[in-house]
Design a protein around this ligand. Sequence first.
Ligand code: ADP
Ligand code: MG
Length: 254
Amino acid sequence: MSRVIALAMQKGGVGKTTTALSLGTALAARGRRVLLIDIDPQANLTQGFGVDPSQLEYSVYEVLLNPERGSAFATIRVDEGVDLIPSSLLLAGAELELAGRVGRELLLRKALRTAHETYDYILIDPPPSLGLFSLNALAAAHRVLVPLQLHAYALKAMPQLEQTIDLVREINPDLAIGGILCTLADRRTGLSHEIERQVRERYGSLVFHTVIPMNIKLAEAPTAGMPIHRYAPGSAGAQAYRALADELESRLIH
Ligand code: ADP
Ligand code: MG
């Protein structure tokens, strides 16, 4: 039975996509079978693997439109032990197309039914806005992994996310935050440390010990279309995501 983890934070640029990609590949390097799902019309996760979203036969768009077909038909292999359901340009129109459909929040959940035996982890990367795609991600997930950017207003976005999770519990009763990940830490300033201290004080053991530093290699890797463990395996960013994979497995997010 796979563990389905949705990245979530109703804010862009906090490291959701970077975490889905880098954590997913780090889990695969530990021998886990990983499925990544790009359910963001911006297709950053898809492009991060060097996949051109305009050249795809199938994507998450067809999966949402035909959930009874399962998800395997739209799944591509992107790295050793890592499969991806890519996003495509068509996805942008899907929200309108599906507007009248009953159960439209549950389409991804339904499509993934047959994937649970194939994977140890399924990581879902939604867009920053709370629309149909984020709802599908949260409705399909067991746990939410929250990347929290260590800047002055880091904690401000949390109440809104907690409200959203409460709302989604009406259709997915066991949904809970599985972990909070401090990202984009700038060790040169005292501010990151101070915010980190506040986050730990407020959320205690929910916060991963591992902190993801600001690391230029993590920002460059998507441009090269490569996961960090290939682009710069020795970088601080790659090391941090390896440590996160270890920690996730040891403490899990059960
Ligand atoms: P989100 O998916 O939440 O919008 P991304 O993962 O796309 O966020 O990250 C936003 C931008 O910051 C991207 O350009 C990404 O490459 C960069 N980035 C993410 N994490 C780091 C990091 N730890 N260090 C440096 N750059 C990062
Ligand atoms: Mg993103």
